[in-house]
Ligand binder design. Sequence first.
Ligand code: NAD
Ligand code: MG
Length: 386
Amino acid sequence: MRKVLLLGASGSIGSQTLDILLSDKAHFDLVGFSLGKRIERVPDILSSFPSVKDVCVQREEDYLSLKAKYPHLNWYFGDEGLKGIIDASDADMVVNALVGFSGMVPSVESLRHNKVLCLANKESLVVGGALIRSLLKEGKGKLYPIDSEHVAIAKLLSRVNRDEVDKILITASGGSFRDKSREELKEVTPAMALAHPTWSMGAKITIDSATMMNKGFEVLEAKWLFDFPLERTEILMHRESHVHSVLLMKDGTYLADVSVPDMHGPIAYALYETSVDFNLYPAKKLEDLGPYHFGKFDSERYPAPGLAMKAFNMGGNATAVLNAANEEAVYSFLDGKIPFLAIEDVVRKALDDIIITPSPNLDDLIMTDKQTREYVRRYVEERRSA
Ligand code: NAD
Ligand code: MG
């Protein structure tokens, strides 16, 4: 039996996690959860999971009204609340399905408390990969990724000798605008960007998929998770999102994890701590996997993964700058303040202009996140009034 604390329960990953927890109450006990502003979800979750003792919401006013309504539960709010609920919880597993930098401190806090961390919040690894790796090395906590590509890679690597792997190929659908030229991208709207061709996900990751910053993040995520050489980790365009990633072996064989695009599978692989059965299908040509489309990644059409690599190579807190600038730029685009193509410009400018701190600790990363956001907000306002 696993006692589970689910952070981000109202989101896309959070809701699908609840489905799995509900389907196997003999194995999972939900003891706590957090959600942001969609507090109308609270009564349903509480009635499905009477085992819940701790709940965190984002806003103080919601905290006050819910605490009055459900006085038998322990209530928390805000960023401090997320830290508090982890510190107080008797959960042995934390599922981090928060979006953006808001998931960073909860990831660190979970590992500091030696929890099993099922991590959808890839931004934690992008920003604090070095810190998370050292916590895993020094403590008793464990980490299982919840990202379809990384679950695929983990499954594949568990069945082969790593020395025989030539390349890791991370598949990419190309996002909402994959059939548009850069010229056509000048005119696109948030509503158009939010219509992903193969996956139904939260707004931020859907925009990250359209710019392909998401893929840049996933390359870094893979680096921190698997410690495989970055120069042998490549992006492979694949329209259908059925092939979740591929290993190219040194003997020329491709190994792939293939299934319909549905996050329940990757979430279950993490929640059951990898004890889920699966088969491998070796193929001599990628086309042997099925009537699927594969293509070369075009770094001029999609500059964002290059910016992620640049930040990684700059080292120190540069990936915190990358993440914060991207997050602010994405929300500015969604709010209609900047055009789609300016997302990349904002990230590039922030990386060019911000002072790099080598070997940052958690406080340094929090400070960089805050400063970068302030910087980007000023830059966005200047652009608008220019
Ligand atoms: P989402 O926007 O649907 O859900 C995010 C959750 O976090 C919600 O519960 C929201 O209320 C909560 N939240 C957001 N900001 C918060 C804050 N400041 N404080 C407290 N709570 C806050 O996002 P999602 O699509 O479920 O993605 C979650 C994470 O999983 C992201 O890091 C994303 O990159 C990753 N991921 C998602 C998918 C997917 O299919 N959706 C796939 C792979 C990885
Ligand atoms: Mg992914």
